[in-house]
Design a protein around this ligand. Structure first.
Ligand code: PLP
Length: 356
C-alpha cells in the first residue's frame, strides 16, 4: 500500500519558553510547548499543514463551532524511553477514531495517515519538551472545529485542524469514590456518545458537580432509558474483575466511547489467558457481586491516568467499599505492564509503540 507523505511548513520560534519550565511542578494541561500545528480546510480541501510558534487564535464572533458545537478532539501521549528514544502510544488508533468522530459530527473526514504524520512531526519538532523523568510524558491534543462565520444551522464549509502538546507529570490517580447515576445521562442511543465531541463533556459537567457536592469524585453513567446498565465512569471506560473474569460494557451501543486504553487492557488480559467478557453489564449484577465478595477489582481506563482505581461505589444512597487496592492483582499488573511498554522496559510484542 502506498503511504503518502505530506509536506509540512515549519517555522521555529525565536523565543523558546523551554528554560522557564518548572519540570518538578507540571500541573496537568497548563504548560504548553513552543509550537502548534495548524491546517485549514476550505473549498473542499485541506491546506498545507504548518508548524508555527504557539499563539492565540483570532476568531470571528460568529465562528460556528462556538454556537453550534461542531468540535472534536483526541488525546494521546508521547514518552521518553529508557534508551532516550521517543515513543508514541498507538497513534493509529487515535487517527481512526478521529476520522469516525468527523463523520458523526458531519465534518470532512480527516485523513488518518495525515493525522499520524502530523502527530509524529509536532512531537519531533518539540521533542525537547518531552519530560525526561520516569512516569512523565508529553500529552498531545489534536482537535478540529467549524470556522464558518455564519449564524445559520448547517454543516460548516470551513474547519481548522490543530495540534498542541503539554508536558505533564506522573498522574498518580487518587482512588475514586464513584456514584452510579440514575437520573442524568451522558449519552443516549442514536446520539453522539461514541464521538469525542466537545458537547458530551459540557453535558456531563452539571451532573458531575452535583455528584461532587455529595462527596463523589466521579459518576458512573448508566443507559439513558432504564439506568440499569453501566456505561462509563466520568471520562474513562469502566472495567471490573468478577469471579476472575475481566468484564466491561460492550461498545456496540453507540453510547460508549471506544477507548484505546480499555482496548489495550483487554488485549493484554486475553494474551495472559484471562477470560474477557464485553457485554451489557447491569448495575444489579455489580452490586450482587460486591455483596457476595466476587468483585475483586473495579477501575477506570483512559489515557490521562491509564488505570484509575475505584475504591467505593455509591448506589441508592448506600456506600459499597471495594477490596483493598494493593491486593488487586490484575489492574496493578496491567498498569505496570503498559507503563513498561510505553517507556521501553519491556518488549512491545503487539507493535503498539511508534518510535521517532
Ligand atoms: C477519551 C475518553 C475515554 C478514554 O479513551 P482513551 O482512548 O483510553 O483515552 C473514555 N471515555 C470518554 C468519554 C472519553 O472521552
Amino acid at each position: 500500500m502506498e503511504h503518502s507523505t505530506y509536506t509540512i511548513k515549519k517555522n521555529r520560534t525565536e523565543n523558546s519558553d523551554l528554560s522557564r519550565v518548572d519540570w518538578d511542578n507540571l500541573p496537568f494541561g497548563k504548560v504548553f510547548s513552543d509550537h502548534m500545528l495548524v491546517i485549514d480546510y476550505d473549498n473542499g480541501e485541506w491546506g498545507t499543514p504548518e508548524i508555527m510558534p504557539f499563539k492565540n487564535l483570532e476568531l470571528h464572533p460568529a465562528t460556528s463551532a462556538i454556537h453550534y458545537g461542531q468540535s472534536i478532539f483526541e488525546g494521546l501521549k508521547a514518552y521518553r524511553t529508557v534508551d532516550n528514544e521517543v515513543a508514541i502510544f498507538r497513534p493509529d488508533m487515535n487517527a481512526k477514531r478521529f476520522a469516525e468522530s468527523c463523520k458523526r459530527m458531519c465534518m470532512p473526514e480527516f485523513p488518518p495517515e495525515l493525522f499520524e504524520q502530523c502527530v509524529r512531526e509536532i512531537v519531533d519538532f518539540d521533542r525537547e519538551w518531552i519530560p525526561k523523568k520516569e512516569g512523565y510524558s508529553l500529552y498531545i491534543r489534536p482537535f478540529m472545529f467549524a470556522t464558518d462565520d455564519y449564524i445559520g444551522i448547517k454543516p460548516s464549509d470551513a474547519y481548522k485542524f490543530m495540534i498542541f502538546t503539554c508536558p505533564v507529570g506522573a498522574y498518580y490517580a487518587e482512588p475514586l469514590n464513584v456514584k452510579i447515576e440514575e437520573h442524568y445521562t451522558r449519552a443516549a442511543a442514536g446520539g453522539v456518545g461514541r464521538a469525542k465531541t466537545a458537547g458530551n463533556y459540557a453535558a456531563s459537567l452539571y451532573p458531575a458537580k452535583l455528584g461532587k457536592d455529595e462527596g463523589y469524585h466521579q459518576l458512573v453513567w448508566t443507559d439513558a432509558k432504564t439506568h440499569e446498565y453501566i456505561e462509563e465512569s466520568g471520562t474513562m471506560n469502566i472495567m471490573f474483575v468478577i469471579d476472575g473474569k475481566l468484564i466491561t460494557p460492550a461498545e456496540d451501543a453507540d453510547t460508549i466511547l471506544p477507548g484505546i486504553t480499555k482496548r489495550s487492557v483487554i488485549e493484554l488480559a486475553k494474551d495472559w489467558g484471562m477470560e474477557v467478557e464485553e457485554r451489557q453489564v447491569s448495575v444489579s449484577e455489580v452490586i450482587k457481586a460486591i455483596d457476595e465478595g466476587k468483585l475483586t477489582e473495579a477501575f477506570g481506563a483512559g489515557t490521562a491516568a491509564t488505570i484509575a482505581q475505584i475504591k467505593m461505589i455509591g448506589y441508592k444512597g448506600k456506600h459499597y467499599e471495594l477490596p483493598s487496592i494493593p491486593e488487586r492483582e490484575f489492574s496493578n499488573k496491567v498498569y505496570r505492564h503498559l507503563d513498561d511498554i510505553k517507556e521501553g522496559r519491556t518488549e512491545d510484542k503487539f507493535g503498539w509503540v511508534v518510535k521517532l
